[in-house]
Design a protein around this ligand. Structure first.
Ligand code: MN
Length: 205
């Protein structure tokens, strides 16, 4: 039984043009994201088999694959909702206040996330995340889909810096893709994620 399914996009493939081409979005969603969904489901089946048989000879590879594919599925699922044809501008309300408190200002937050994303070595992401033990916003630089991140902090806004996310349109001009991302950022969605995330409390008392 498949545990995960590819979510439908809330907009047409061409809806994010000219910032993101329809062809990139179609390939990125229908092929790349779909592969992470399939990978997550496959590795869960193999882990189920391992539990049933007691054969844990492949446990290291299975756990590595679980982290990679499941994180890929989660990040892309967030990414599609982080983007909107009506995006851009600035966050408002309590999210804006939290950004000011924890990251200096929105301009400083955007600069840090831009730098983190632009300077990923190899494939990865930039992310604005909630850290539920300290109760604060942080910017993370993610290697692949799962590396270099703290534990337990849900991402709120994610920026895909894998070449498949931009290369067909922007080639090696990563800065243009990042600028386009900021024009698409859906602050309504990010604010809703922030409201949910900050109800998670991992503080020690
Ligand atoms: Mn991707």
């Amino acid at each position: 039984m498949a545990q995960y399914a590819l979510p439908e996009l809330a907009y047409d493939y061409a809806a994010l043009e000219p910032h993101l081409s329809a062809r990139i979005l179609e390939l990125h969603h229908d092929k790349h994201h779909a592969a992470y969904v399939a990978g997550a489901n496959t590795v869960l089946e193999r882990l189920s088999d391992a539990r049933a048989s007691g054969d844990y000879g492949s446990i290291n590879q299975l756990e590595k694959n679980l982290a990679f594919h499941l994180s890929g599925h989660i990040l892309h699922s967030i990414l599609w909702r982080n983007l909107s044809p009506d995006g851009g501008g600035r966050p408002e309300g309590e999210l804006a206040a939290a950004i000011d408190e924890h990251l200096g200002s929105f301009d400083e937050c955007r600069a840090q996330l831009t730098e983190a994303a632009m300077n990923v070595q190899g494939s990865g992401w930039g992310a604005l995340s909630w850290e539920p033990m300290g109760g604060r916003l942080i910017v993370e630089q993610v290697y692949d889909h799962q590396g270099n991140v703290g534990q337990g902090g849900p991402p709120l806004l994610v920026l895909d810096m894998w070449e498949h996310a931009y290369y067909l349109q922007y080639e090696n001009r990563k800065a243009e893709w990042v600028a386009a991302f900021w024009e698409l950022a859906n602050w309504v969605d990010v604010s809703e994620r922030f409201e949910k995330a900050r109800s998670i409390d991992l503080s020690l008392g």
